[in-house]
Ligand binder design. Structure first.
Ligand code: CA
Length: 238
């Protein structure tokens, strides 16, 4: 095996609607050793993101169906994947806002492939040096503890059995303490296109999680309902 095949290829999600741009970029990034997945509007971008594993997201701002801004916000509600925002020349962009909602970097079209590639490598480098300091896939909040690798969950040091979707749902909530996760984001990230049946499915799963982790499931203090919006994992009050 050559060194090349041993290296892990970088997986890029390209959310972009201009065909000429998509073609040029896909060819250029492939040549640099990146795998490229293309989504041509904002909603398709979110759908692709929830289905795959990506090392970096290249996000155009002016997109059909859902704006790049909203896509960025939705991804950030559940993931810390590096996001590089791409804006067209002359577009009014509030760069402070972009960074505030969680973009890692931005470039303005037209740009050279070289420049983009070096920015991608820079965010990946920053990310991997940052990750070395993070605990390896253990989440603990209050009396709830999750071991992601082993797929185990403990409440007050007693193990509880969770089904796959319940585990993913609880993990998302625990990873975003104090933040409201909308129904759309939760459904998208836990079920993606598998979400069939009525909108009650999410609530049924929340209800079951509450019976497992709440002292009194009827008046929850961990997973609270934000009426008309979604759910939030409360930061422990002591
Ligand atoms: Ca565009």
């Amino acid at each position: 095996m050559t060194k090349k095949t041993l290296e892990q290829r970088v997986s890029v999600l390209l959310v972009e609607d201009e065909e000429s741009f998509i073609d040029a970029l896909t060819i250029g990034l492939n040549r640099e050793g990146f795998d490229v997945t293309i989504a041509r509007d904002g909603q398709a971008g979110l759908a692709s993101f929830s289905k795959g594993h990506f090392d970096v997201v290249l996000l155009d701002l002016m997109l059909p169906v859902m704006s790049g801004l909203d896509v960025c916000r939705s991804i950030r509600a559940t993931s810390s994947v590096p996001i590089i925002v791409v804006s067209a020349k002359g577009e009014e962009v509030d760069m402070v806002l972009m960074l505030e909602i969680g973009a890692d970097d931005y470039v303005t079209k037209p740009y050279r492939l070289r420049e983009l590639v070096s920015r991608i490598r820079a965010v990946l480098r920053r990310r991997s040096s940052h990750e070395q300091f993070e605990a390896d896939e253990l989440i603990a909040l209050g009396n709830v503890r999750m071991d992601i690798d082993a797929r185990r969950c403990f409440v007050d040091n007693e193990e509880i059995k969770l089904r796959k979707k319940e585990f993913t749902l609880l993990r998302l909530l625990l990873e975003n303490p104090g933040r409201v996760l909308t129904r759309e984001v939760l459904i998208d990230r836990v079920w993606g296109n598998d979400y069939v049946g009525d909108t009650k499915t999410l609530d049924v799963h929340i209800k079951r999680l509450r019976t497992l982790i709440e002292g009194d499931p009827k008046s929850p203090t961990h997973i609270t309902t934000v009426r008309g919006v979604g759910y939030r994992y409360e930061v422990a009050k002591t």
